[in-house]
Write a protein that binds this ligand. Structure first.
Ligand code: NAD
Ligand code: THR
Length: 373
């Protein structure tokens, strides 16, 4: 296809997908000839070969954490194995490496990331790299670099190459002065962790690039995510995954949050499905670019009671981690996700009893397989 046709289709896609509905005229970055990084107006736009009938070409950054491998699996089912590239700075396990394309990508290396996007004709980018709340407090300079500088690289590359960009935010983007029960989409956001500050920054920068440059930025604020086959990366909600493993292995669980600490949570399948759904939603359906999504809220005590229905002998003790407790006490207790439900039909499948049953059936079959081997 001639380049001129490609570019004009890209521009019209970009204009259609801007969908801000705010009455402000959008000038895509490429039309004004100066990108946020001062890239020449004729540089590297040939990656735009994705039309509505094609599958997107996907890159996932930070893909070896709790969520990325599951996301790759879901997207590969929809778009084909070779259209979804998982990336990280860590070495993948054999089963991950052999399940589809994997590439080394450090989001702090702008040129490396740009080369990957260009050479692989990427059209959709899921930006999962981050340091989570607890590990972020333990290493603020690194969290600031990965979560803020890394995001800047991703935003610029996405704007230059006309990508559809998904960046997850979190319940951690709210703070002690936000309304906590429930927390709406739009309210005061003054988080007190570097993680939360960087996520508010990501929400605002993504929306700014959308309105300023027409970037197709989409963002969901995830609750704490619970998964059976992947480990959390150092957050405040990690206890809600660990309890299942300890219940199965030792029958004893020591919780690092107080028994009555209520936080929004979600099963990983709901989270990843929501992510795909918001990326596939028509731009005109999105009245906002950053949405809360919700499924359930519970306290450690309530989770333990539900777990004890499956493992009655489980003993739970509490040894509160002051850092995590202070973080949890500043976060939403319940999330108001009415806008996501109204705009693009978000609906969760898993509530607390279903989550617990699903976790045990997964871990149970997993441990039976391990014992048999
Ligand atoms: N898991 C949750 O409960 C949850 C909840 C809300 C939001 N989120 C968000 O979802 C995303 C994925 O979360 P997760 O739980 O999988 O995180 P994780 O901590 O498990 O994984 C993050 C990954 O980022 C990678 N990374 C670190 N520095 C990097 C760099 N310089 N370049 C490239 N990759 C780098 C790490 O190696 C790691 O594999 C994050 O942005 C997180 O903030 C997660
Ligand atoms: C909530 C979420 O962002 C992450 N699991 C954390 O606790 O930091």
């Amino acid at each position: 296809m001639p380049i001129v046709k490609n570019v004009s289709r890209a521009v019209s896609q970009l204009l259609q997908s801007s969908g801000c509905g705010c009455g402000i005229s959008i000038v895509p970055v490429r039309c004004i000839g100066v990108s946020p990084r001062q890239v020449a107006s004729d540089a590297s736009f040939h990656s735009v070969s994705f039309s509505d009938t094609d599958h997107p070409r996907v890159l996932i950054t930070g893909g070896l954490g709790q969520l990325g491998v599951g996301l790759a699996k879901l997207l590969r089912k929809h778009f084909g194995k070779n259209n979804v590239i998982l990336s990280d700075i860590r070495k993948p396990a054999d089963n991950v490496f052999y399940s589809g394309p994997f590439i080394y990508a450090d989001i702090l290396d702008y040129k490396n990331l740009r080369e990957i996007v260009v050479n692989n004709r990427i059209t959709w980018l899921f930006h999962y790299s981050a340091l989570l709340s607890a590990v972020g407090e333990a290493n603020v300079p690194l969290a600031r670099a990965v979560n803020i500088t890394g995001l800047h690289n991703v935003l610029d590359i996405a704007a230059e190459h006309n990508l559809r960009l998904f960046v997850p935010s979190t319940i951690g983007a709210f703070g002690p002065t936000s309304p906590r029960d429930p927390t709406p989409d739009l309210c005061i956001q003054r988080p007190r962790t570097i993680y939360g500050v960087s996520k508010v920054h990501a929400e605002l920068m993504g929306e700014y690039y959308h309105y300023r440059y027409g970037l197709d930025f989409r963002c969901l604020r995830y609750p704490g995510i619970i998964s059976a086959d992947s480990q959390p990366g150092g957050g405040t909600t990690d206890y809600a995954v660990q309890i299942f493993h300890d219940a199965m292995k030792t029958g004893k669980f020591q919780c690092n949050l107080k028994p009555d600490t209520r936080l929004p949570m979600m099963y990983i399948d709901d989270c990843l499905r929501a992510t795909l759904e918001v990326m596939e939603a028509p731009a005109e359906a999105l009245s906002m670019r950053t949405y809360n999504i919700s499924a359930m809220s519970f306290t450690p005590e309530e989770l333990a009671q539900e777990v004890q229905k499956h493992v009655p002998e489980l003993q739970v003790t509490y040894n509160v981690d002051e850092v995590r407790q202070a973080i949890a006490d500043s976060w939403p207790m319940n999330f108001d996700d009415r806008n996501a439900r109204r705009d693009w039909g978000w609906k969760h499948d898993y509530d607390l009893p279903e989550l617990v049953t699903t976790m045990f059936s997964f871990l149970g079959s997993d441990s039976r397989i391990a014992q048999a081997n």
